[in-house]
Ligand binder design. Sequence first.
Ligand code: AP5
Length: 218
Amino acid sequence: MLRVVFFGPPGAGKGTQAKLLERKFGACQVSTGEILRKAARAESPLGKQTSSYLARGDLVPDDVMVKLVAERLKEPDCGSGFILDGFPRTIAQADDLEHMLKQNGQPLASALCLNAPDDVLIKRLSGRRTCKKCGGLFHVVFNPSAKPGVCDRCGGELYQREDDHEEQIAARLRVYEEQTAPLKEYYRGRGLLREIDGVGSVDEVRERVSRALGDGAK
Ligand code: AP5
């Protein structure tokens, strides 16, 4: 059963690859960023509490995120495996996740870290378009939708995320280096880290992800 964590800098392609894995393995993709953006659009209590963090490119406090993920993992669709996309993002979140999964008897198979240099990340983020309805991911150059502004999968409206502008991208890259990159050592120490080169076409990266998963995907 697939039980993996996906991390890496913003724009590395985590969401794109996590959605492909979800379709291939029937495991559920839990994208914490997507959950928070939906909450912000719905102006739910969670959205009101967290939208300013997203707008600045800062991390939402650990206690809020841990509670959110703990509840999401209890839902029935996560019973057939999960791909945590964007969680954990700090050592404190990783410790809480480890504790949570131990209690549930669901150890992680691997922690996948997708890497790419800043120039590639900036090009990907500045051209990204996201579907408001299904979260589908497109890019104005690398992966354009058939009809501009319309999602190929569900017909939903495509929009540019408010954190995909220059100032917020720079902030997110900084936050990644300071708070999330230390997870590499954390998971290396547990024998779970699989570093993957995220440069290349979506298919090339997908092949590398499959190879990195190896037996962990069975
Ligand atoms: P989140 O939504 O998780 O954003 P992120 O980690 O910054 O990652 P992105 O979604 O920007 O990039 P990605 O790696 O998924 O790339 P994608 O596949 O889209 O989080 C947003 C915010 O929520 C955070 O800043 C924070 O405030 C909050 N948050 C979330 N989780 C949190 C947590 N655990 N703790 C605290 N706060 C949290 O690809 C990017 C673009 O490139 C797309 O257009 C895609 O089509 C294109 N692309 C993808 N792969 C390729 C390829 N191989 N070649 C060419 N183009 C490609």
